[in-house]
Design a protein around this ligand. Sequence first.
Ligand code: COA
Length: 146
Amino acid sequence: MRVRLYQPSDLEALYQLDQSCFPPGVSYSRDEIAQFVAHRRSRTWVAEADGQLVGFLIAFRQPSKAGHIVTLDVAEAWRRRAVGTALMDAAEAWVRGAGAELIYLETAEDNLAAQAFYRKRGYQKVKRIEEYYANRAAAWVMAKRL
Ligand SMILES: CC(C)(COP(=O)(O)OP(=O)(O)OC[C@H]1O[C@@H](n2cnc3c(N)ncnc32)[C@H](O)[C@@H]1OP(=O)(O)O)[C@@H](O)C(=O)NCCC(=O)NCCS
């Protein structure tokens, strides 16, 4: 498995993986993903294994100097094999490189796997947002000081 930067030819694979990782109303549309990856403040990494895209992460560096993880997706067959860890390592290093002191993300209230993953990396729940997702599910904002 190796982590590299996103290229435009990855877009459809990102969309398909996001659809497989999240329920309707939490997953993103093709247009949303295309806008995120093209944004001047974002960076996207992909994890590749055997020529397949097995994970990706989109992060933003905000003007306030905080980092924001927009999404982190790992293919089911590749979970618990440190793919998420490798993608988060890359994103946190990029955010830290800009002098950011804080990094945060939102995760669905019922996504206990993601909450355990982020907690292990030092993130803490800071705020609950009701009806955050299009399917009206609540989210936790989780954050970590860098
Ligand atoms: C959450 C997610 C990104 C984790 O990716 P991953 O590649 O499986 O994570 P890693 O293998 O790097 O896990 C690192 C550590 O996090 C914790 N962890 C990861 N998944 C976990 C789970 N399902 N339950 C409990 N702890 C978990 C463990 O401590 C793990 O270390 P260990 O395997 O040595 O015990 C992955 O499960 C995923 O893509 N889920 C669907 C999409 C999603 O929920 N994304 C996050 C949305 S905000």
